[in-house]
Ligand binder design. Structure first.
Ligand SMILES: [Zn+2]
Length: 504
C-alpha cells in the first residue's frame, strides 16, 4: 500500500512541476483552471453562455502527466508532435523543404518520424501511418490531428495508447484509475471506490455535486449515466471533458462528500441534520447504595451525530462583478476562484468536506453568500479576496462589538450581528492560519475589518485577502505561491478543528 502512495506522490509532483513548466511557456496552468470553470458553468448553470476556453489534450503516462494545447485547423483538432513527445524522451526536429523529421529517443530506443507538409500520412520506423487530416507545418512545428496519436504513439513508444478523442485525454502505457460506484441505503449514500488515492475538486451547486479529476486518469466501465433509483441519490454521470474526468452526482437535496481510506473512498450523502438542543441532564450524584443494573428493555436512545465538519469557501466577486483589476490582464474574481479551488483541494486531501459558495463565474449578492454558508452549517466560513497592494496575506475578522450570548447555530439571531457571538473563535481561526503562514515565510497580518458578509455569518468566519508575493503583480497567480497559501490555510484549519468542532 505504501508503495502505491509513494508512486502517486511522485506522479503528482511531476505533474505539478511539469504543468508549472508548461505554464511558464504558455500559461496552461491558468487555462486548466479556466477550462474547469467553463465546464462547471456549462454543466451547472443552464443558459450561462461562455466563450469556449483553450482546449487541451491531457496525457497520462508512467510517472508523468501533462497538457498539450489543441488547435483547430480546417475543422480538425491538431496537436504539435514536439509538444506531445518532448516530455517522454529526447526530441530533435529537422525541416527540409516540405519534409519534416522528428528524432525521438528514450532509454536506448531511437525512432525517426518523417512527415510531409500537406500529406495525410507520416512514416514511422519506415512504415506509413494514415491520418484523418493532412500534416501541417507552422513556424517550424509539425502538427498532426489528435486522432492520429492513437496510431503514432504506440509505434514511437512501444506503449499501449488509449485515446479519448472527444474527451481529449490520452492514457499511454497505463490503464487508468478505475472508479466503481455503489448506492447504499439507510441512510442513502453513494460510495465511490478507487484503487489508488484520488484528489478531485468538489463543487456543490444546489442538488448537484461535481467531482473534477485533473490529476488522476479516472476511468469507468459501463454506461456514462447510472440511474440509482434512490430517493436521495438520483444519478451519477461520468464524462471526460477537455482532459479532465468529471463525475456529476444529481440528488434530490444538497449532498456533501467525505473522503476515507486514504482518499480511496468518497462517500456522498446528505449533510447530517443539525443537532437538536440537548435536554437538561439531572445532576450526577454518587449512588447511596449499589443498585442492581436492570437489563435494558428499550434501545438506548442514540446521541445524534454531530453535524458534518464542512468548511465554506467563498471566492469573492464573479460574473460581471470582476472585483479589482490586479494587473491589466488579471481580474480579482479569477484569482479568488483559483485560490478557493486550491484551498478546497488541500482541505479535501485532509478529509475535510468543502462547500464552494461560488462554483463558477457567477454573480452572487453578499446576502446570498451568507445565506448559503449559514444553510450549509459550515464549521468555518472563509471569504477569499485579492488585492494588488502590499505583499502576502491579510486575515480579517468582523468588526462588531462582542456579544454576551453563547454561540449557537439554532437560536434566532439578528442578521446584522449574527457574527457577534463567534468573534473569539473567528479570531482563533485567523490566528491559526496566520501561524501556518509564518511557518511558510508568507508575510501575514490579522486584524478586524468591516468586510461583508462576515457580520452575517452564524459561525466562525474570516476573510482572507491575498496580495502578490513580490512587486510583480502577476506573481499573485503563481501556482507555487497560491499552493503555499492553500497549504497554510488547510494546516491552520486542521490544527483548530477540535476547537471548531467543540463549538458546534
Ligand atoms: Zn475583493
Amino acid at each position: 500500500m505504501s508503495s502505491i502512495s509513494v508512486q502517486i506522490t511522485f506522479r503528482c509532483r511531476d505533474f505539478v512541476a511539469r504543468r508549472f513548466r508548461i505554464g511558464r511557456r504558455r500559461a496552461s496552468r491558468t487555462r486548466l483552471i479556466a477550462g474547469t470553470v467553463a465546464v462547471l458553468a456549462f454543466l451547472l448553470i443552464p443558459g450561462h453562455a461562455r466563450a469556449a476556453d483553450q482546449p487541451h489534450l491531457a496525457i497520462f503516462a508512467q510517472q508523468i502527466n501533462y497538457l498539450v494545447n489543441v488547435q483547430l485547423r480546417d475543422g480538425s483538432e491538431y496537436v504539435g508532435l514536439l509538444d506531445v513527445l518532448d516530455p517522454l524522451g529526447q526530441v530533435a526536429t529537422h525541416i527540409n523543404g516540405k519534409k519534416w523529421t522528428l528524432d525521438f529517443s528514450s532509454s536506448g530506443n531511437r525512432v525517426e518520424i518523417v512527415c510531409q507538409e500537406g500529406k495525410r500520412k507520416c512514416s514511422i520506423r519506415g512504415a506509413d501511418v494514415e491520418m484523418a487530416a493532412k500534416f501541417v507545418v507552422s513556424e517550424g512545428h509539425g502538427y498532426v490531428p489528435v486522432s492520429a496519436l492513437a496510431e503514432i504513439l504506440p509505434r514511437v513508444t512501444n506503449l499501449i495508447a488509449n485515446l479519448n478523442v472527444h474527451g481529449r485525454r490520452l492514457l499511454l502505457g497505463i490503464s487508468g484509475v478505475h472508479l466503481s460506484s455503489d448506492v447504499l441505503k439507510n441512510p442513502s449514500r453513494l460510495v465511490l471506490t478507487f484503487p489508488s488515492p484520488v484528489k478531485p475538486a468538489v463543487t456543490n451547486e444546489g442538488n448537484t455535486l461535481l467531482l473534477t479529476f485533473t490529476r488522476e486518469p479516472v476511468t469507468t466501465t459501463g454506461p456514462e449515466t447510472t440511474n440509482f433509483g434512490d430517493p436521495l441519490i438520483t444519478s451519477g454521470r461520468f464524462m471526460v471533458v477537455n482532459g479532465a474526468a468529471l463525475y456529476l452526482v444529481t440528488a434530490t437535496a444538497p449532498v456533501v462528500t467525505m473522503f476515507s481510506e486514504g482518499n480511496r473512498v468518497i462517500t456522498i450523502s446528505a449533510p447530517p441534520a443539525a443537532v437538536p438542543a440537548t435536554p437538561a441532564q439531572p445532576p450526577v450524584t454518587a449512588p447511596v447504595q449499589a443498585q442492581p443494573v436492570p437489563a435494558p428493555t428499550q434501545p438506548v436512545p442514540q446521541k445524534p451525530a454531530a453535524p458534518a465538519f464542512i468548511v465554506a469557501i467563498d471566492a469573492a466577486h464573479g460574473g460581471t462583478e470582476t472585483g479589482a483589476l490586479l494587473s491589466p490582464t488579471l481580474a480579482e474574481k479569477d484569482v479568488t476562484l483559483a485560490l478557493a479551488r486550491r484551498i478546497a483541494r488541500e482541505l479535501q486531501s485532509k478529509g475535510i468536506s468543502v462547500y464552494m459558495v461560488r462554483a463558477g463565474d457567477t454573480q452572487m449578492t453578499l446576502d446570498q453568500r451568507a445565506s448559503a454558508a449559514n444553510t450549509a452549517h459550515a464549521a468555518l466560513y472563509i471569504a477569499i479576496h485579492a488585492a494588488a497592494q502590499g505583499h502576502g496575506v491579510r486575515l480579517y475578522t468582523a468588526m462588531l462589538p462582542p456579544s454576551m450570548a453563547v454561540p449557537t447555530h439554532h437560536a434566532f439571531v439578528p442578521w446584522e450581528t449574527a457574527q457577534s457571538a463567534w468573534l473569539d473563535l473567528s479570531a482563533t481561526a485567523a490566528g491559526s492560519i496566520a501561524d501556518e503562514c509564518n511557518r511558510r515565510n508568507i508575510p501575514v497580518r490579522a486584524m478586524p475589518a468591516a468586510v461583508r458578509p462576515l457580520n452575517n455569518i452564524e459561525g466562525p468566519a474570516i476573510a482572507l485577502e491575498v496580495a502578490p508575493p513580490s512587486d510583480t503583480l502577476e506573481d499573485i497567480n503563481s501556482a507555487t505561491y497560491q499552493q503555499s497559501i492553500a497549504s497554510a490555510v488547510a494546516a491552520g484549519i486542521t490544527a483548530i478543528r477540535p476547537k471548531l468542532e467543540a463549538a458546534r
